[in-house]
Design a protein around this ligand. Sequence first.
Ligand SMILES: [Zn+2]
Ligand SMILES: [Zn+2]
Length: 260
Amino acid sequence: MPVEINGWDPDGPAFCTNQGKVMALMFFYELHLHTAETSRCGHSTAREMVEAYVRKGFSGIVVTDHFVNGNSYARDPETWKEKMDVYLRGYNAAKAAGDEMGIKVFFGVEYTHLGGNGEDYLLLGLKPEHLYHELEACDRWSIEYLCDAVHALGGIVIRAHPYREAGYIARAGIERPGLNIDAIEIFNAGNSSELFNAKALEMALRENKPWTAGSDAHHVNTAGLGFVGFETDPRDYAELCEMIRQGKACVMYRPKLNAE
Ligand SMILES: [Zn+2]
Ligand SMILES: [Zn+2]
């Protein structure tokens, strides 16, 4: 069901309302969120996250926990298979909760490129099984090779918060203009400065790439602060990815009210 924007969130106005008047009907999708089961920095469980997005009227979410090259419990085990078993804990729990509560839950990855400067990429449109086979040991691949592999599997690659400055990012704002990515996250609600989002938007304009937004939620309090809306509901994950590639994802965000 599309969401009537003035009724979707009791916490405050979303960006396409004006004094409560509905400006558009949209299907809401979260493209960037973490769970406590898999991400070391995650504070809410997958089930709590799913509940939060159901409450806010979302049609679907993509779970993008930190991968083995990031802040993930999946770093700990010895073998690749065990690492992937741990990695999928958050997604599997979210999927089970989503099936119960009637919201679509899709599988994604937040991949930190350690060979570069710690820049992050969201990998969408993959299947969990790909991790065990086609993507085995992908944490050591070059970012160019990774992009090709994800595309060959029918997925897409989104550059996440390219200008974020944080301890784990050696050098923010590294530019890779020739890299075959599909979109750029021009609004990330987890960025500590609005300037990082403005610079990401400038990058997307320079490189002529489609836009996305994400909450980068690590806690239910920040769920749904940045997201995308579609005029028609994608019928499956492949179509959602294709709509992003075609620039049909409307970037949306909501300011955090009563922020601590
Ligand atoms: Zn994190
Ligand atoms: Zn993230």
